[in-house]
Ligand binder design. Structure first.
Ligand code: DQA
Length: 153
């Protein structure tokens, strides 16, 4: 068996305030809790024969930076909802740029329909692509795309 050939190990990272999903501005973010979203992803990952899917939510920029750094050689894809950090964290952007693991940027809401300050993503230039505006389906679509990319080798 070759090294890392066709493995599908996925890390899902959730940024600040996403632990409050379910009660946080439900008209924008929906009524699912973060745990609901993770469970939905776990089920879909099983169907897609993902070898491993792990989840981390943090309200701390540095913890997310460290998780990204440690993903090198450990994960094959990162699905990242950086939440507010998306719009200003150069540290997160640099961490993503520093590792070879591909990252998909996710947002539950359509950030382009919202306040001006949410229109810019400082991580967008260093991720593979961005999915926003579909609620939990933004995460599911990202997972499906990651698996498709990994199957292609
Ligand atoms: C978000 C959008 C961000 O602008 C916001 O700061 C969040 C959540 C989303 O999933 O829609 O916390 O990333």
């Amino acid at each position: 068996m070759g090294l890392n050939i066709n493995t599908k190990r996925i890390l899902v990272l959730h940024g600040p305030n996403l632990n409050l999903l379910g009660t946080r501005e439900p008209e924008i973010y929906g009524s699912l809790t973060l745990n609901d979203i993770n469970e939905i992803l776990k089920t879909r990952a099983k169907e897609l024969e993902v070898d491993e899917i792990n989840f981390l939510q943090s309200n701390f920029e540095g913890e997310l930076v460290e998780a990204i750094q440690k993903a090198r050689g450990r994960y094959d894809f990162i699905l990242l909802n950086a939440a507010a950090l998306t719009h200003y964290s150069v540290a997160l952007r640099d961490a993503i740029a520093a590792i070879p693991v591909p990252v998909i940027e996710i947002h539950l809401s359509n950030v382009h329909k919202r306040e001006e300050f949410r229109h810019n993503s400082v991580i967008a230039p260093v991720v593979m692509g961005q999915i926003c505006g579909f609620g939990v389906d933004s995460y599911i679509a990202a997972l499906e795309i990651a698996v498709r990319k990994l199957r292609r080798g």
